[in-house]
Design a protein around this ligand. Structure first.
Ligand SMILES: Nc1ncnc2c1ncn2[C@@H]1O[C@H](COP(=O)(O)OP(=O)(O)OP(=O)(O)O)[C@@H](O)[C@H]1O
Ligand SMILES: [Mg+2]
Length: 238
């Protein structure tokens, strides 16, 4: 689904990472792990198209990402297929009610009012957020904001879901609920690319890992990781 070739990124003179090459297949559950500041968010924002790599390239479904984002039509199509939950959810919430927040994406897709309504209600139900539908997103608690932001991403029914630390700030209960939702989404064929520091909780779900360290990142399948106790010890510290 994604081909990543010799990818490198720097902010000015500061090199974040270099020489990342690997493939993400449809239906993969890829977990990005690594120390703070190692470039995980930067990498995810490059997949989303928000940041443009200075070195190497990313292609999606056989076409360079730059080409996807070049024209308004393909750009819109890309963003309908690839959804992102940001680490800082505040930048994601801009509507005046939770209902409008979740309805925003579907409304751009020329769906009927009933179809929009149905999608929004399904998403509210999925996260038990029905009681908050008329609330102002900006005034919600941190955990509620994260769930509303994720509901607004899922309302577009994307094929690829990019998640930047979605488990942060949730109660154990809600974290389990979120993990269960990710598992179900993956089981119906969605490609999930997720950043987390919770190895113990994600290891049951992840099919692949991208482990950031020393200015680059190495790709490991779940089986490869299991064969490397040193690496497991390392990711348990992240
Ligand atoms: N806009 C920016 N300008 C300059 N440097 C930046 C910018 N954004 C991030 N950086 C730096 O790039 C590096 C990688 O940042 P990034 O946010 O990708 O790390 P991360 O792995 O997601 O970390 P964390 O686990 O703390 O979220 C960090 O050293 C950070 O300080
Ligand atoms: Mg980050």
């Amino acid at each position: 689904m994604f081909e990543i070739k010799d990818l490198g990124f720097n902010y000015g003179k500061k090199v974040v990472f270099h020489d990342i090459s690997f493939t993400i297949n449809e239906g993969d559950f890829l977990c990005l792990m690594g120390p703070n500041g190692s470039g995980k968010t930067t990498f995810l924002q490059m997949l989303e198209g928000f940041l443009v790599p200075q070195h190497g390239e990313i292609s999606y479904k056989g076409m360079n990402l730059r080409k996807w984002l070049d024209k308004p039509i393909t750009k819109k199509k890309y963003h309908q297929q690839v959804g992102i939950l940001f680490q800082n959810v505040d930048i994601q919430l801009f509507n005046s009610t939770v209902y409008d927040e979740i309805a925003f994406g579907p409304k751009q897709m020329n769906l009927s009012q009933e179809e929009v309504d149905e999608r929004v209600n399904d998403c509210l139900r999925l996260f038990n957020l029905e009681h908050l539908k008329d609330n102002v997103p900006y005034h919600l608690s941190g955990g509620e904001k994260r769930m509303v932001a994720l509901a607004s991403v899922l309302a577009l029914n994307p094929q690829v879901i990019l998640l930047d630390e979605p488990l942060i700030g949730l109660t154990n209960d809600n974290r389990q609920k979120m993990l269960h939702i990710f598992k179900q989404l993956n089981q119906i064929g969605k490609t999930i690319i997720l950043i987390t520091h919770y190895y113990q909780q994600i290891k049951e779900l992840a099919s692949d890992y991208l482990i950031f360290k020393d200015g680059t990142a190495q790709h490991k399948t779940q089986d490869e990781l299991q064969e490397s106790p040193d690496l497991i010890e390392q990711v348990e510290k992240y």
